[in-house]
Design a binder for this molecule. Structure first.
Ligand SMILES: Nc1ncnc2c1ncn2[C@@H]1O[C@H](COP(=O)(O)OP(=O)(O)O)[C@@H](O)[C@H]1O
Ligand SMILES: [Mg+2]
Length: 272
């Protein structure tokens, strides 16, 4: 489905991502963890072609997407929609128009200039907002919504593109715990119900462990762990984050202690 092969990004002499190799053979929800500067954002940005790789390949159905140009590149970018920590909405325009922006890359310049959207797209946008529990906010300005609601608008905008893959770069880093939970649950549901792959950069271990089927750990640009949440022991976590003081900065000690106590959401669901 998606094969990342020795993907590398250098900024001058700094190697941001160092020969990262990752194989996704079925739709799943992957959490990428690691300290700040580990290369998580750069990896996602290369997958989406927001930034070009220095070396390596990204194979999707026999095509190397690092080589795509023009229309093919834009089609790929729509197929792996990106969500950001800061939502990247247009604050002063209404929610439904923000969601409709997800169709921009298949609309003509003229239609875009005059803000003309087909009725079918408007209905779809509202259906998606409804699914995410925020349809009643459709006519409001985006800036009037809470952070968690705004991030769900961003997810709705991504879903408008009907992407196969959703790339989320620290989607809950600016949210309070309640809103963070709502957003992670929305991403999990989109994966489970639609069969879309979600690749999510996350700051904390417990979030990755709770929501993801697979956890990838990055350190200094390299993938140093790739396995099941259950395999993410305290020792492994220390390897990913480094056992020094900055470890407690990246993930609090309670999160480490809680590692073996939290039941992953997937298992909790299987029990009911
Ligand atoms: N546009 C850029 N120019 C120069 N260096 C960059 C750029 N983007 C990222 N880097 C560097 O690449 C490394 C990885 O950064 P990043 O991918 O943002 O890590 P993370 O998302 O894990 O915090 C860091 O050392 C960072 O300073
Ligand atoms: Mg980052």
């Amino acid at each position: 489905m998606l094969r990342i092969d020795k993907l590398t990004k250098r900024f001058g002499r700094n190697v941001a991502v160092d020969a990262a190799t990752l194989d996704v053979d079925k739709p799943c929800m992957i959490g990428i963890i690691g300290r700040s500067g580990a290369g998580k954002s750069t990896l996602l940005r290369m997958i989406n072609r927001l930034t070009d790789a220095t070396d390596g390949r990204i194979m999707v159905e026999g095509r190397d997407v690092t080589q795509l140009r023009g229309r093919d590149k834009r089609a790929w970018q729509a197929d792996c929609a990106m969500i950001f920590q800061q939502f990247n909405l247009v604050p002063r325009i209404d929610v439904v128009s923000n969601v409709l922006h997800g169709t921009l890359n298949r609309r003509s310049t003229l239609a875009t200039m005059f803000n003309l959207y087909p009725m079918a797209d408007i209905h779809r946008a509202i259906d998606i907002l409804d699914r995410l529990g925020i349809a009643e906010h459709a006519p409001k300005r985006a800036e009037a919504l809470s952070g968690g609601q705004q991030q769900r608008v961003a997810i709705a905008r991504a879903l408008m593109q009907d992407p196969r893959i959703i790339l989320a770069d620290e989607p809950i880093a600016s949210l309070d715990p309640m809103n963070a939970q709502t957003v992670m649950e929305a991403l999990r549901r989109i994966h489970e119900e639609d069969g879309r792959t979600v690749i999510c950069n996350l700051h904390t271990l417990d979030t990755a462990r709770r929501y993801c089927d697979r956890v990838v750990g990055m350190r200094d640009g390299r993938i140093v762990f790739d396995g099941l949440p259950e395999q993410l022991t305290t020792g492994v976590a220390r390897e990913i984050y480094g056992a020094d003081a900055s470890f407690s900065e990246a993930a609090t000690s309670t999160e480490i202690d809680a590692l073996d106590a939290t039941t992953p959401l997937r298992e909790a669901k299987a029990l009911v």
